[in-house]
Write a protein that binds this ligand. Structure first.
Ligand code: RBF
Length: 158
């Protein structure tokens, strides 16, 4: 994590202080998505983003992330959007439908609005795998999503 964040140059840190970010959080599997939110929000702040420039929006489930993201990305003042969710495989095929729709929907929002929109959605076989990626052994995918949108913004600011 320190490595990823320190790769953001001090020049772009300065420029990031004026940028505004939306974080759209799905409430399903809330314990996991809260940990992803903490990861994203803390990472943005350690890269120089003001807390008041981080706007949080909750949606019921991951399926609603694309619309939540679109509403935020269409706001003129928002520079980038981070989508956070956690879909855990059950015994029915809903997992595949939700994951595909969410991934496609989130990508479309970025292309339509021409703003960085990150896919910070865990798609795991079980809760253990999700915990490992929400601040556990495999890091925090919320942090990685924050670094991703910053990298995409850097291409515009540097
Ligand atoms: N939303 C999630 O974010 N994660 C899930 O693991 C998840 N599992 C679901 C399982 C079923 C059978 C259904 C019907 C919905 C699930 N959802 C899940 C909610 C979904 O993203 C959405 O909020 C609802 O389908 C309403 O549009």
């Amino acid at each position: 994590m320190a490595g990823i964040l320190s790769s953001v140059s001090s020049k772009s840190k300065h420029k990031l202080s004026g940028k505004k970010f939306a974080i759209v959080v799905a409430k399903w599997n809330e314990d996991i998505t809260e940990a992803l939110f903490e990861g994203s929000s803390n990472a943005l702040q350690s890269m120089g983003v003001k807390k008041s420039h981080i706007i949080r929006k909750n949606v019921p489930g991951s399926f609603e992330l694309p619309l939540g993201a679109q509403r935020m990305a269409e706001e003129k003042s928002i520079d980038a959007v981070i989508c956070l969710g956690c879909v855990i495989k059950g015994e029915t095929p809903h997992f595949d439908y939700i994951c595909q729709a969410v991934a496609h929907g989130i990508m479309k929002v970025g292309l339509k609005t021409n703003k960085p929109v990150a896919f910070g959605v865990l798609t795991t076989l079980n809760k253990k795998q999700a915990l490992e990626r929400a601040g556990g052994t495999y890091g925090n995918k919320g942090e990685e999503a924050a670094v991703t949108v910053v990298r995409m913004l850097e291409q515009q600011v540097s």
